[in-house]
Write a protein of this length. Sequence first.
Length: 401
Amino acid sequence: MVRRYPKGFRGFEFQVTPVGHFLITEDTSSRLLSHWRDFMTTPEAMAHRFGAETLHAQVAETLGSQRQYDERQVIHVVRPGQSTTMPWDSFYIDKDSRTLLSAKRFHEMPFQFGRYDKAAHETYGRGPTQTALPEIATANRARQLKLRQWALAVNPPLQTLDDGVIGKTKLIPGGLNTVRVMDAIKPIDVGGRFDHTAIPEQESKLQIRQMFMTEQLLQFAPMAKTPPSATEVLQRLKFLQQLLGSPVGSIQDEWLSPMIDRTFMMMLRSDSFLPIPAELLAGDGNLDIEYEGPLARIQRQDELQGINDLLAIVGGVMQIVPEVVDLYDFDALGRDLIAVTGVSPKYRRGNEAVDQIRQQRAEEQQAAQQQQQMVAAGQVAKDAGSAEQSFSQAEAISGNA
């Protein structure tokens, strides 16, 4: 649950409801529709939080006495309402007295419920521990049996003759036992030899590690051998994406994204942000959440590989048909590369800076072209002057002749 403190924004309060103390319902799209939870509190805390006037008469009578510290069960319900601006209704109910303590509304669903994995007929989903629970129980039982066998081997049960030992049997190191006959004390042979390797403890441990994806993730650990090739790295990244894509995508969609949306809107409504940039106001105002991190970048490796393949193909075709570059918007391609590779946007120049650089480059190219034309024109004039001088000399020679 995410909520803010009263009297202005002073931070967030995150609460976790323990398993077994809440119920949920989902809509046709398997999204959280309503949330029911119960918690224990005292009449004193109820009066402080909801007001003494909201309490049942019998509960209000306990205030000021020792009974105000007796815990009572309160039910909190959040479900869709009829309002369009604040579409989530919230009710606090004293279970025993069936008294409505509070009725409010939320702009967003205050509860987030992430599911690691979920079958079609399930509501609450399951985590890897639930899947591995049978193997965990088997491994624990196997270790328990091995410890019992160890105890029997170290301290086996004894058999003694009736009245064959004088006093109590002493099993401590260096203990002295007085017996009437030499074979009065003997360990009991339970028969057979217990083979602890017959219990598949290691097999259960391996299956548990696989269910928690430990064995699969260890494939990406650095090893003291020849570095893998680029193709092998890409194949491993694709395998990791297939392995973790479903649970990570589910957690992002059902838990992280709704929580980030709610926290952002709570801060926006409380004027906790700096002034909104003009670029956002000039656009459509829609914001999207982009996750940064190693796994998020791995999930975009296919797109990055596609861009690299496109550039390689276009570079080859340009040698034959240069006009092929006109088909692509390389500015947009460059902007997407920043997002796909996870490079910080601070390294990207703004559109105005890019326009200035391109304008300056065009002016420099134009000036260089003009200078080249002037040099060429001067050379032509020089050549023309030389030709005229040669022609005059030729005429003079002809006249003298």
